[in-house]
Structure formats: C-alpha cells, structure tokens
Design a protein around this ligand. Structure first.
Ligand code: FRU
Length: 435
C-alpha cells in the first residue's frame, strides 16, 4: 500500500487542516497558525493549530493556540492574522457564531466578530477581546465579513477584511487604526472585471497589489476550480488585472508571512467545497500546506519561488538522459524546455504543445481530470513531488500549478519525450516534534 502522508509539507498531525493563519516572525521563531479540527477529518470545529520553526525545516507542533470557547466565537475561530506589536504578539481573527433559528446564515443568523488575543511568549494567549460586531461593519454588508489581515503602513495600521455585501457582491473592506484597538472604516474595493459574490482571505502584497480569494460569478472561463485565489492590482479604488495565483486543483486561502523585506507565501493545499472524495479521509486526515514560497514582483507580475531553506533537504542529484527512470517519491525535477514534450510521473501526465501546458490527473485524481495554462511560453520547469502532492514552478515562478494526487506507488516512475535531460534531486523530510 502506498503512503499519502507528506514528508516535506506541513499537514495535520490528525484531522483536518485549512487556511494558514497568523503568519509572523516573533522572538526569533516563525509562527505558522492554521485552521484545524483535530477531532475530525471534515473540519467541523475550527480552531487555530500552531506550528513554530526557526528555520522552516524543523518544526514544533503545539496543538491549539485559539479555541472556539467563548460566546463570540463558539462556532469557529475562523481565519485571521498575527501582528508583532513591540514585544507582544497579537492575533486577530473572525469569531463565527450561528444563531439558533431558521436562517440562511448569509444575510441573517450569523455573527462575524473581530476578536483579538495577545501573548508575551508566542505560546499562551490571553483573554479574548471582541473589537467589532455585526453592527460595526457598514450597514449594507451580509453576515459574511471575515479574515482580517493587518499591515503596518508608516505609523498606522491597515486592516483588510473579506466581505460579501447585501446584494451578493464580493469586496474588501479597509479599516485603519493607530492603536490596533479602535478601527475606522475608510473604503471598500470591488473587482471591476469579475463579479464574485464573496472575496475571502485578503492580503496586501505592496502598495498596488492585493491578494484575495474570489468565489463565484466568474467571467473568466479559465477559473476551472469552484473558487480561486489571485492577485489584483488596485487602480483608482478598483481591483483590476486579476492574476491567478495557481493553476492546479488544490490551492486556496494563501497568506503572506512578512519577515523584514522578505515576503513568504503559504497556501492551503486544498479547495473548499470541491467535489471529490479525498482518499486520505480513510486515514483520518485531510489537506496540507503548500511549500513556503518567496514572493517577488517584477513588472507588476507576482513570482513565487520555493524558499532557499528547502535546499537543506537536498540529497543526491542524478541527471536523467534516458527517457525513463525510477526515483524516490520525494523528489525535485529540474529541466529546460525547448518546445513540445510529454512527461509522465507515475499516473500523472504533463503535456505541452508549444502553447498550452496540461496536467492530466484522470488516472490518479479521484475524479478530477485536467488543468491547463494557455498561451504559455514554457522555458523552465521545476517540479516537486512529495508522496501525494505535486507543485510545478514554471519559468522561475511566473506560474505555479499545485495538486494532490493519489496512486498506489511507493516510487516515482518518470517517462519523458521531448526533454533532453532532467536533474532529479532526492529530498529529505521536515522534522516535526509534537509538544
Ligand atoms: C477560507 C475560509 C475563510 C474562513 C475559514 C474558516 O477557506 O472559508 O474565509 O475564515 O475558511 O475555516
């Protein structure tokens, strides 16, 4: 029997994982919180799970940092952010409350509270402060306002919130504060080319580029997944020039960790409400994080490259010059592309016809088929495989494609046509200490 658990990706110790939350560097450690449900693989009771690491390779798992145990968050400690404020680590998140009654929970029956907790050691978080309730958001909002992300801008703080207004248009709400406690609403941003009904999980990349997750009513036929994640340029108060963050099946709710000038992007390797039966359910868990990716912006385009720290996991490299070879199922494959090719990795098929790159998971996707990038001038391809996930980095991070796959193999059989040589590097594993 093959093994689906991952060696060099963060995943739940047991149960369910979704969005990365509260990403920050505090007192010399990176803190990677995330939505978890330790008791079920279905993600029914959302709390904040917690990993820490000094080097992004060796991790400690600390259980739950925030639990849904107050009247303001009893139906879920939903997504949010971490802010280092002097020597204090503050977490801000959405407390989800579903009131008893016959409600649609979109326009009525749900509380979406902005809650703050703080810590002086990064491990223990104190009493909850509810900073905003439904009545504090603009009057024309539905009950879906959530996922605060706070950024320091000069000597002030900015908070972006994902939102669905009462006429079912997705937008981002912007607030400012001097003290992280009193927030003033300044404006809202709507997409101008698509009309999603909701935008989730906002992040600021820089002055001009925001990241968010649009849901529904899409006009772009290439958003193949039920929901999407991508970068918008903020122009004249509108979200425009949408750039998809990833082209695979499993990529959602990415969030930025700010480390000085460095911005590291963590994504959830999963997709809410996607219709497929993930076989890891029978193993008692679901979903994982993508590899951490360094973000750079060149000519308005966001590039994602794997953090250099991952090199520490590299073992031997072999150059594959024949058309076939068998390698460890935790491998990185690097290659230069000169025109059309076909590349099979066990039951995954990648095909490039000179313009479209297609990833076909028909034989190992558990019901999922193909994903494509069109109008692509493919020059360089770097592929990471880790037991049941694959991440493609195209042209040094110009595009990425991330998916889970499920086969019955313990090794990686590679067959290629049209590629001169492939450098295959075996990778080791993260260490995860459970504390
Ligand atoms: C995105 C999301 C967020 C929400 C969280 C709940 O996947 O729906 O909007 O805060 O998940 O787990």
């Amino acid at each position: 029997m093959s093994r689906n658990r991952l060696d060099y990706h963060l995943m739940p110790v047991s149960g369910w994982m979704n969005d990365p939350n509260g990403l920050c560097r505090y007192q010399g450690l990176y803190h990677i919180f995330f939505q978890q449900d330790r008791n079920s693989f279905e993600g029914k009771e959302k709390e904040w799970g917690h990993y820490t690491t000094a080097d992004l390779i060796h991790y400690d798992y600390l259980g739950a940092a925030v639990k849904p145990d107050s009247e303001a968050d009893c139906d879920g400690a939903y997504s949010g952010c971490g802010v280092v404020d002097g020597d204090t680590l503050r977490l801000f998140y959405t407390g989800n409350v579903k009131e008893a009654g016959d409600y649609d929970y979109i326009h009525a029956g749900r509380q979406h509270n902005l809650i703050e907790v703080s810590s002086h050691d990064g491990i223990h978080f104190n009493d909850k402060h509810c900073l905003m309730r439904n009545s504090d958001y603009p009057d024309d909002m539905s009950c879906h306002v959530r996922d605060p992300k706070i950024t320091k801008i000069k000597d002030s703080w900015e908070m972006l919130l994902g939102a669905r207004d009462s006429s079912d248009h997705g937008c981002l709400l912007r607030y400012v504060s001097k003290d992280l406690e009193h927030w003033t609403y300044t404006e809202r941003y709507y997409p101008d080319q698509d009309q999603p009904f909701m935008l989730e999980c906002p992040n600021r990349i820089n002055e001009d580029i925001l990241l968010a997750c649009p849901q529904g009513n899409r006009r772009d036929p290439h958003w193949d997944n039920i929901y999407d994640a991508g970068f918008y340029t903020l122009k004249d108060g509108k979200l425009t020039d949408y750039q998809r963050a990833d082209y695979g099946f499993d990529y959602y709710a990415p969030s930025i960790l700010e480390d000085g000038d460095r911005k590291i992007l963590f994504g959830w390797m999963g997709m809410p409400d996607a219709e497929y039966i993930n076989p890891t359910r029978t193993e008692g868990w679901q979903h994982a994080m993508t590899l951490p990716r360094d973000i750079t912006v060149k000519h308005g385009r966001v590039y994602q490259t794997v953090i250099p720290e991952l090199k520490k996991l590299e073992r031997q490299t072999v150059t594959m010059t024949q058309s076939s070879g068998t390698f460890a199922k935790t491998s990185k494959l690097d290659m230069k592309i000169n025109g059309k090719f076909e590349l099979d990795l066990n039951k995954i098929s990648l095909q490039y016809d000179g313009s479209t790159l297609m990833m076909d998971l028909s034989y190992c996707g558990c019901g999922r088929g193909q994903r494509r990038i069109t109008n692509l001038d493919l020059q360089k391809l770097c592929i990471y495989v880790d037991h049941s996930c694959i991440e493609l980095f195209i042209n040094d991070g110009e595009y990425t494609m991330t998916s889970r796959f499920y086969d019955d193999e313990n090794q990686l059989a590679v067959h290629s046509q049209g590629i001169k040589q492939i450098q295959v590097t075996e990778l080791g594993a993260f260490t995860v200490r459970i504390r």
